[in-house]
Design a protein around this ligand. Sequence first.
Ligand code: NDP
Length: 240
Amino acid sequence: MSKVALVTGGTRGIGEAISVGLKNAGYTVIANYAGNDAAALGFKDRTGIAVAKFDVSDFEQTEAAIHAIEEEYGHIDVLINNAGITRDGTMHRMTFEQWDRVIQTNLASCFNTCRAVIEGMRERQFGRIVNIGSVNGQAGQYGQVNYAAAKSGIHGFTKALALEGAGKGITVNAIAPGYIDTDMVRAVPEDVLKKIVATIPVGRLGRPEDIAEGVLFLVGDNAGFVSGSTLSLNGGQHMY
Ligand code: NDP
């Protein structure tokens, strides 16, 4: 029986590469998205992967959607918390709305999804959870107090949940991507992006597939000894 994987924000960018990578590795994949129906339908046609529309920042909506998926597929073995947004601005200009949207979408979403899958994983004594953090959560970034706080929070969330899951066959890890060539990064002004690329030792932006490779390692049956860790995939830009 193939393992079932839910990828939040799984229809575009990094999430798309993760969804496709998992499908190619034999998982049954459900790719969540928020509202971009055109992108989701294009993704579904291209890949044959099922899509599920729900807002991961909304607790009730997420709980209901995940329980419906569990009912349809029997179980969720792998959860990739990848959905994320940016709403950049320096502190003296940032609105509460910008702060709150990013915290709810990027961090509270991890509680919403994990809360819904964790009981099933505990019962089956198996689970793989990967949370997508960011180099900007590790190092901070100008104009991103909201995003850096949310991503940094993900790293603490990961370690605490890893401790809880350890005795139940559930591993919880984070990946901290550097700058990856997706819509999110294409929104950065070209001159700023040029300066950023100049700080990446490998001399290029990352590819979504670079992150999918890390996910495939962390969710594997043989990765049961890897838990509570953060895998930094950033072309050498930031080293811990
Ligand atoms: P994209 O903007 O390309 O894609 C975002 C995906 O998340 C879309 O599928 C989108 O759905 C979905 N999404 C957004 N908000 C919600 C929501 N409330 N509920 C459900 N789904 C939602 O992002 P990236 O691929 O660039 O980024 C993916 C993850 O990687 C994010 O967490 C990001 O913070 C992180 N990251 C990205 C980096 C980069 O350089 N790109 C660097 C470091 C971390 P829809 O299509 O419907 O809008």
